[in-house]
Design a protein around this ligand. Structure first.
Ligand code: PBG
Length: 326
């Protein structure tokens, strides 16, 4: 055929393929989400997230040490708030002795060089399961932002390295930044869930935290999955308001958004491989329909290839183990 070049030359064997590989996963790329519950020495299964668990704080601290020993650098904390402590204003979210604040202190004390990031949103604390204060069936923006800013300061006070607002209220990144500055927390970062879509793939997470909305849905604050340009608007707003890292969520179903965001900003871009995306791979593998490790690595590599500098993932501990074996 007298071809000018044969592209298969670069795929001839494993050594050549490795030499020209464009994207590689590093243990440092990952953020490990952790679900923390009240009590002592307990781990609970989450039925819709096989293999992932909720831990009491004492066990969570041991897990954090384990993660750090695997080479992981960062955790993202979520707490399951007791029903009797839930209300419409998120009062418990501001409690200096609340589960989140105690968790931040305990993990930072046990593993000081593990980067602790914290979820900032009202849904786990809300009787309505919404990310904001509810009045007449509406999720109020400005009063919610005030609480979120106080919540962020309370996490910073406890020692959080980054606060991660996941609520999608307007103006919250700027308000959090001002509150952190005014309270002297000038070294606390903001990882903003900037392009967070109203996705069905959060279902298993809401089981994990018992945080499903009690009425309606989250479409008045989270984004319409049909929209692409709007994600850029959200991201640019958050960068202008002072976000250190911006995040796209979910991940595998939104690879185009990750790439588009990566091309538009000069801050690190994170992506959240969410609970439903995790459970899909788990379920298909348990049925023998997918090869587990191959599916996990291919999906995760795709997120990185799309442009994610950081990946929040329930697969992170397992992936870190695999990378260590290599
Ligand atoms: C809540 C929050 C959600 C997730 C992270 N923070 C759920 C939601 O918005 O209902 C989802 C994470 C996942 O599905 O893995 N503010």
């Amino acid at each position: 055929m007298h071809l000018h070049r044969r592209n298969r030359t670069l795929r001839k064997n494993e050594s050549i393929r490795k030499m020209v590989e464009e994207t590689t996963l590093r243990t440092e790329d990952f953020i490990v989400p952790m679900f923390i519950i009240e009590g002592h020495r307990k781990e609970e299964d989450i039925p819709s997230m096989p293999g992932y668990k909720r831990y009491t704080l004492d066990v969570a601290v041991e897990m954090a040490i384990k993660y750090r020993n695997l080479g992981l650098r960062s955790v993202l904390l979520f707490v399951k708030c007791k029903n009797e402590l839930k209300d419409n204003t998120g009062a418990e979210a501001l409690n200096p002795e609340g589960l989140m604040q105690r968790s931040i202190r305990a993990i930072k004390t046990a593993v000081p060089d593990l980067v602790v990031m914290t979820d900032v949103a009202l849904d786990p604390y809300s009787t309505y399961g919404h990310d904001g204060i509810v009045a007449d069936g509406e999720i109020l923006n400005d009063p919610t932002v005030e609480v979120l800013a106080e919540m962020a300061v309370s996490h910073a006070e406890a020692g959080a390295d980054f606060v991660a607002p996941s609520d999608m209220m307007d103006g919250r990144v700027g308000a959090i930044r001002r509150a952190l500055e005014q309270s002297g927390h000038t070294r606390t970062g903001i990882l903003a869930y900037s392009a967070k879509y109203a996705s069905c793939f959060y279902g298993p997470f809401r089981d994990a935290l018992d945080s499903a909305p009690g009425f309606g849905d989250k479409k008045t604050y989270q984004m319409n999955p049909a929209n692409r340009i709007e994600a850029i608007k959200e991201v640019l707003d958050d960068v202008k308001e002072g976000a250190d890292i911006v995040m796209v969520k979910p991940a595998v179903h939104y690879l185009d958004i990750i790439r588009e965001v990566k091309n538009q900003v000069h801050v690190p871009v994170a992506a959240y491989h969410v609970s439903g995306e995790y459970s899909m791979i788990k379920a298909a593998s348990e049925k023998g329909w997918l090869h587990y490790q191959s599916a996990v690595l291919e999906a995760t590599l795709a997120i990185k290839r799309a442009g994610a500098d950081l990946i929040a993932s329930y697969f992170a501990p397992e992936i870190a183990g695999w990378l260590q074996e290599r």
